[in-house]
Design a protein around this ligand. Structure first.
Ligand code: ADP
Ligand code: MG
Length: 227
């Protein structure tokens, strides 16, 4: 055990609660995630799915309980260590969150620029992930001209490019038509096959039924059944 985590555990949440004022978005949530697991977090709107995702990459901080990510205790890390924590994650959102004034290539390259890589190193890595998601021929275009499915492919390329240990996706197919949604799920599968731990928050029951993976169900901020 290192810092309370088993060798194959990458995330451990213990008794985690998150309150927004009087509203308890998550209540005493405990969850252990093994390296390279593929997990769906599901449950109705307002169940706490997005909150759980945000707590992991420290988009929000827990009100109580402990969260360990790849050996880092989120309650104890300093401000300076937050970038190190964030580099462990690639995150995909329902509304893509691409920068509309940067090209597809630049959106993805930014991750590596921030990490301090040189342009010569950045180019092949970005082209590799753009090819992987099948959007390399649009690399010089700007996000507003792309379809929703294409934008989400760029977002997945951006999430993959730093080869993060964990990929989080919050309703990644929530704004897409069924065909594009199926493609995006396939890509998240391939991210998993490349070795990442993948956690997908979704209320799309059909997607869950059609794919293997552990299912964590939240209802009103609590785990609904044994997980
Ligand atoms: N920033 C916030 N301020 C106040 N309440 C919030 C905030 N974010 C989420 N909530 C509330 O917390 C609960 C869980 O929200 P959320 O995690 O977004 O659920 P889900 O993603 O499952 O729909 C909801 O009742 C929501 O209104
Ligand atoms: Mg949500």
């Amino acid at each position: 055990m290192v810092n309370g985590q088993g060798k194959n555990t990458i995330i451990r949440m213990f008794n985690v609660s998150k309150r927004y004022g009087k509203m308890e978005a998550l209540s005493n949530l405990s969850l252990e995630v093994r390296k390279n697991e593929f997990i769906f977090v599901t449950g109705p709107s307002g169940a706490g799915k997005s909150t759980m995702i945000k707590l992991l990459y420290m988009g929000e901080t827990a009100s109580s309980g402990s969260i360990l990510v790849d050996g880092m205790n989120l309650a104890r890390i300093s401000r300076k260590q937050i970038p190190m924590l964030r580099r462990k994650f690639g995150v995909v959102f329902q509304d893509f969150k691409l920068i509309s004034t940067k090209t597809v290539f630049q959106n993805v390259a930014l991750v590596l620029e921030v990490a301090g890589l040189k342009p010569k190193e950045i180019y092949p890595l970005v082209m590799d992930v753009l090819e992987c998601v099948g959007i390399e021929d649009r690399s010089e275009e700007f996000p507003p001209v792309l379809s929703g499915g294409e934008k989400q492919r760029v977002a997945i390329a951006r999430a993959m490019v730093g080869t993060p240990k964990i990929v989080l996706a919050d309703e990644p197919t929530g704004s897409l038509d069924p065909d594009s949604a199926a493609q995006i799920f396939q890509l998240l599968r391939s991210v998993h096959e490349r070795g990442a731990t993948v956690i997908i928050a979704t209320h799309d029951q059909q997607m869950i039924n059609n794919h293997d993976g552990r299912v964590v169900r939240l209802v009103k901020g609590r785990m609904d059944c044994e997980n």
